[in-house]
Design a protein around this ligand. Structure first.
Ligand code: ZN
Length: 233
């Protein structure tokens, strides 16, 4: 009788002892791992282990650069109206470099509604990173930051028109700045949804109905201002 009792207690104790050993082992293993993590990750793993409530991914916990709301709808109309609101010309000045070759004028790659690129909302100007980019409209800067697929984006607005300059490597203006025609806005790059150094140049126009349309930038510069090389992708 005594033997059966002892056996039953032992059998009941086994899962308890194993469970305790597992928890101690697991916690020890995670605790030993924490010092080996990069400094920015250590705090959140410790918080997680101690079950301290954490912020969601989108919250700024100081471990990343400030995040900006992304997407086309994040760029709003500022209702800015200034003199000289006409859009014209190309947003860079020759000579420009693409790969190892210099050209006296900007190159025109993929175009607006290119058959091979149908949902395209502007034109692409292939150019090496770091080339100065200038606004093709005088007006107010309404966006000057990273913006998802656009990468680093600058948008300049005047009287219902917005000029969009995307995939920049650096932004040289700030939101709210009022620019003259041809002012430097940043340097070309390869940021966002981009597979090679180029500038995306779009012109957005607000319609009477309160909606908007993308205009074909080719209608705002002349053929002799660019060298067409076609869309390769
Ligand atoms: Zn583009």
């Amino acid at each position: 009788m005594k033997g059966i009792l002892r056996f039953t207690i032992a059998m009941l104790a086994v899962p308890f002892v194993c469970g305790t050993a597992f928890v101690i082992g697991y916690v020890t293993l995670v605790a030993l791992t924490i010092p080996q993590l990069p400094p920015w990750a250590q705090k959140s793993v410790t918080d997680w282990m101690l079950d301290i409530p954490q912020h969601s991914e989108s919250a700024d916990n100081g471990s990343r650069p400030p995040s900006s709301a992304a997407g086309i709808s994040a760029v709003r109309w500022a209702e800015y109206v200034g003199s000289e609101s006409s859009v014209h010309g190309v947003p860079m000045k020759g000579p420009i470099q693409h790969w190892s070759t210099w050209y006296d004028k900007p190159l025109l790659g993929c175009v607006f509604h290119d058959p091979s690129y149908e949902s395209h909302s502007g034109v692409d100007l292939p150019v090496n990173e770091g080339t100065p980019i200038y606004t093709t409209i005088a007006g107010q800067v309404v966006w000057a930051a990273e913006n998802g697929p656009w990468g680093n984006l600058v948008v300049v607005e005047n009287d219902g028109y917005q000029v969009w300059l995307a995939h920049l490597s650096s932004v040289e203006v700030s939101e709210g700045d009022v620019l003259e025609y041809g002012d430097l806005i940043g340097l070309s790059g390869n940021t966002g949804n981009s597979t090679g150094g180029h500038l995306h140049y779009g012109i957005k126009h607000r319609t009477e109905a309160g909606s908007f349309v993308w205009l074909d930038p080719r209608a705002y510069f002349t053929e002799d201002e660019i060298i067409p090389i076609g869309c390769s992708d």
